[in-house]
Design a protein. Structure first.
Ligand code: 5GP
Length: 114
């Protein structure tokens, strides 16, 4: 079940997170339950609950999140191969109702995903 938006509390600095990057559009921080040696979450400051809620006006913002992911992958030493995951809604495993990109790296990944 989709829980409260804990990411808003991280954005507002009401709860701590290991923040790696922030700008006027997004922040990136380490996932607190990492599924790979590198597991970073990249989230927009704008609240977009799920991927299905993206509006035409959000297209540039989504591209920005991907650009930040590529920069961080290089900075974190996983530029040789990484996986981006975006879970949309409960059936796909989304638990926090605030769109986020998972940046995973530092190990090999299987296909198809689980
Ligand atoms: P989802 O399952 O919605 O795609 O991903 C949510 C992610 O947020 C999970 O990987 C989970 O470990 C992470 N997460 C949940 N709560 C917190 C938190 O309070 N701090 C951090 N750093 N990560 C969190």
């Amino acid at each position: 079940m989709l829980s409260d938006n804990i990411f808003l509390k991280i954005l507002e600095k009401k709860i701590p997170a290991r923040i790696l990057y922030e700008d006027e559009h997004c922040i990136a921080f380490h996932d607190n339950n990492p599924q790979a040696p590198v597991h970073v979450l990249i989230i927009p400051r704008k609240v977009i609950p799920t991927h299905a809620d993206i509006q035409a006006e959000d297209r540039e913002l989504l591209g920005h999140l991907h650009w930040v992911a590529a920069q961080l992958a290089e900075k974190l030493g996983i530029g040789d191969g990484y996986r981006l995951v975006l879970n949309c809604k409960e059936r796909a495993g989304q638990t926090v109702p605030h769109l986020h990109l998972h940046l995973l790296g530092g190990r090999n990944f299987a296909w198809p995903p689980g």
